[in-house]
Design a protein around this ligand. Structure first.
Ligand code: GRF
Length: 210
């Protein structure tokens, strides 16, 4: 089986990267992580990648706090393309990518977010949901667009909020669902055809008549 090379962008702890690396150990997993890029030089995610024998590069993000400089974005695209990457998974990547980067991989830059979007985009989503008093939270995988956590939804997993919950316990239970949802999302994108119905993302067997 040929496994599609994918890229992962991460700024921190890298537990979702680890989940993807672990999933890709299965012989029938359709992806292999070909490159991990980070805007944080000492991100644990880079260590996880290197420990797994995966190319890992620190890409200096430049002077702006929330974005990556155009030069660095161009380099990121080049490093990914050199390795044949067609799918880019953001896993705790804390910067907004420009349309220039996104257009290099149309509808193939994806993200995971720890809430049921469109509720609670942005930072500390689990804490926001907990403080709001929602009874069900969860996580969402989505296509990345030029906004923040605003692109079309791919998959979601629900996590009911228990009476005895704390913000920390909720975040931990959501994270456990993320680790299942992200590898499954990557499998769907690589083995099925993604069809849009407005903003709705539908999956069909490859080559099926429309
Ligand atoms: C996860 O909660 C993910 O949903 C969010 O950032 C966090 C990254 O965690 N986008 P990790 O670095 O994968 O452990």
């Amino acid at each position: 089986m040929t496994r599609a090379p994918i890229g992962v962008l991460a700024s921190g702890r890298g537990s979702n990267l680890l989940a993807i690396l672990e999933a890709s150990n299965a012989p029938d997993y359709p992806a292999r992580v070909a490159l991990v890029l980070s805007d944080v030089e000492d991100a644990p995610a880079l260590d996880h990648a290197r420990a797994a024998g995966v190319d890992a590069l620190y890409v200096p993000p430049g002077p702006r706090r929330a974005r990556v400089s155009p030069e660095t974005e161009a380099r990121m695209v080049e490093e990914l393309r050199t390795r044949g990457v067609r799918l880019v998974a953001l896993a705790g990547f804390m910067r907004i990518l420009s349309p220039r980067f996104l257009d290099a991989f149309p509808n193939r830059v994806i993200n995971i977010h720890p809430s049921l979007l469109p509720s609670f985009p942005g930072l500390e989503a689990q804490r926001q949901a907990f403080a709001h008093g929602v009874r069900i939270s969860g996580c969402t995988t989505h296509i990345v667009d030029a906004g923040v956590d605003s692109g079309p939804i791919l998959f979601q997993a629900a996590v009911p909020v228990r009476d005895e919950e704390t913000a920390e316990s909720l975040a931990a239970r959501i994270l456990a669902e993320e680790h299942k949802l992200y590898p499954r999302t990557i499998t769907a994108l690589l083995t099925q055809e993604l069809v849009f119905d407005g903003r709705r993302c539908l999956f069909r067997p490859k080559g099926a008549p429309r």
